[in-house]
Structure formats: C-alpha cells, structure tokens
Design a protein around this ligand. Structure first.
Ligand SMILES: [Zn+2]
Ligand SMILES: [Zn+2]
Length: 258
C-alpha cells in the first residue's frame, strides 16, 4: 500500500509525506521540508504522525521553500537525508553528522518498503531531482519545480498510477501581476515553473487507464487559481475538474491512497 499526504505546497513552503506499507512494515519519507519546525510538527500531527515516525528525508533542491528546518529535523531525530551533491554544495555543505546520502539521477534508493528513483529536472537550481516512488506494486510520481517537461521527465513518469504535478501559473495572470519583469521571465522561463497548460500537456502524455488520481501542486497564490489548474488537467485527462486534487498552500491534501 502506497499513500501520499501533502503538508503544504507553493512558494510559502513545500513538504509531502509518502508512506509505503508491506505487512507490518511501514516506511515514511518526507519529500522536502520547507517549513519551520513548529509548523511541520503541527501538520505531521494532523496527519497522525510524529516527526520521529519519519524514516528518511529527501530534499529535491536548495530553494528556501524546500529546505526550511531540514537540517534541524534530521539532527534532532537522527533521520537520514538524501539530496544531490549539487544541492548540498548550493546549500553551503551543511553538516548532517553522518546522516547525509548523495542521490543521483536514475540511481534507485531502497528504503524499507519504499523504492525511490530520482531523476533530474530543468529548474534554476544546482542539481534538482524529483522522484518516482514505488512500493513494488504501485508507482507514484512527484514532480514540482521545473520549467518544462523534458523528454527525460516524461520518460521517468510513464506508467505511474498517481501523480503530484506542478501546475504553477496562468501566463496571463503572471503577465498582469506586479512581479518585477525579471521574476516574470524567471517563473515563466524554461528553467522556472510549469504553467497550467504545460502541466496539462504533460498529464496528457502520462495518461493511461491505470492512472488513478492527480494532485495539482506548487500553485502560485498570486498568478494562478485552483479552478484554472483543475480545468486544464481535467481536460487533458478526460475527467471532471472536481476529480483533480489541489495541494493547498497550508492545508496541503488529505491522505491519498494510490
Ligand atoms: Zn519551489
Ligand atoms: Zn525551486
């Protein structure tokens, strides 16, 4: 059994728990940790988890909305941490007291009942990685913070039974926003964030009869609206807009079983 719970999504902070169960063994991974310790503990508690129930932390890249209390959490509860070498360098080589493992593109990570397959994405970070997660039977793709869906990204997520996909902005809302020009270019660029239409196009490429659900994530609070993200993905997947889950900035999602 494989399930996901997002604990918050967007530029104010990202964190997602993935849990795999095999018999009595449960393995829980925290993907990104872009919250302060108190907020993270509160949201884990709402999910029925204590911080010490986490078996590992995977950091996708060095941007502040993905890092938060990662180092303090890992050291306090002796939780192993995975990230790319580039992310570690970009963070200033923080000391994880022996808990750090370096992740590489396409190199599988075995973690109890959970198997991870990291893959590189086009984003303006040093060496960003996103993840395909599996309990051996079901596959879940987790993909945020990318400017465009490269062939590599599309290939790595084929056949997933559930997806959490970035659907960051609507280009018209971004163009009209008060963001400075450089930031508009960055967000909308090839190494920025995925627009709604690009997310929908990717969803269409990943669509197959075994795809059970999709969560739209990392929505811009200023330059997007949940109904716009939902509408694009629903059209691409041939479902109703209300069938698309949206990871809220603070509330995240409920537990979603793959
Ligand atoms: Zn981000
Ligand atoms: Zn980022």
């Amino acid at each position: 059994m494989l399930r996901l719970r997002n604990l918050g999504s967007g530029s104010s902070g990202n964190a997602t728990v993935i849990e795999a169960r095999c018999g009595t063994q449960a393995t829980r991974l925290l993907i990104d940790c872009g919250l302060g310790m108190r907020h993270l503990a509160q949201r884990l508690d709402a999910a029925g988890l204590a911080p010490e129930a986490l078996d590992a932390i995977f950091i996708t890249h060095e941007h502040a909305d993905h890092i938060g209390c990662a180092q303090a959490l890992a050291l306090r509860h002796r939780i192993p941490v995975w990230m790319s070498h580039g992310t570690h360098v970009a963070l200033g080589l923080p000391d994880f007291d022996g808990l750090l493992h370096i992740a590489h593109d396409l190199q599988p990570i075995a973690l109890g009942a959970l198997e991870l397959r990291p893959f590189t994405v086009p984003h303006d970070a040093r060496e960003p990685l996103q993840l395909r997660c599996s309990d051996g039977a079901s596959h879940l793709g987790v993909l945020t913070d990318l400017g465009h869906a490269s062939n590599h990204v599309v290939a790595q997520l084929q056949g997933c039974h559930a997806l959490m996909l970035e659907s960051n902005h609507d280009p018209d809302l971004l163009a009209q926003s008060r963001y400075p020009e450089f930031l508009k270019r960055r967000v909308g660029g090839r190494y920025g964030h995925l627009a709604n239409a690009a997310a929908a196009d990717l969803a269409q490429q990943l669509r197959h009869p075994g795809l059970r659900w999709v969560v739209a994530a990392h929505l811009s609070e200023r330059n997007n609206r949940p109904e716009l993200a939902r509408a694009g993905l629903a059209t691409a997947l041939g479902c109703e807009p209300q069938d698309i889950h949206v990871a809220a900035p603070v509330a995240g999602t409920d537990w979603l079983e793959v």
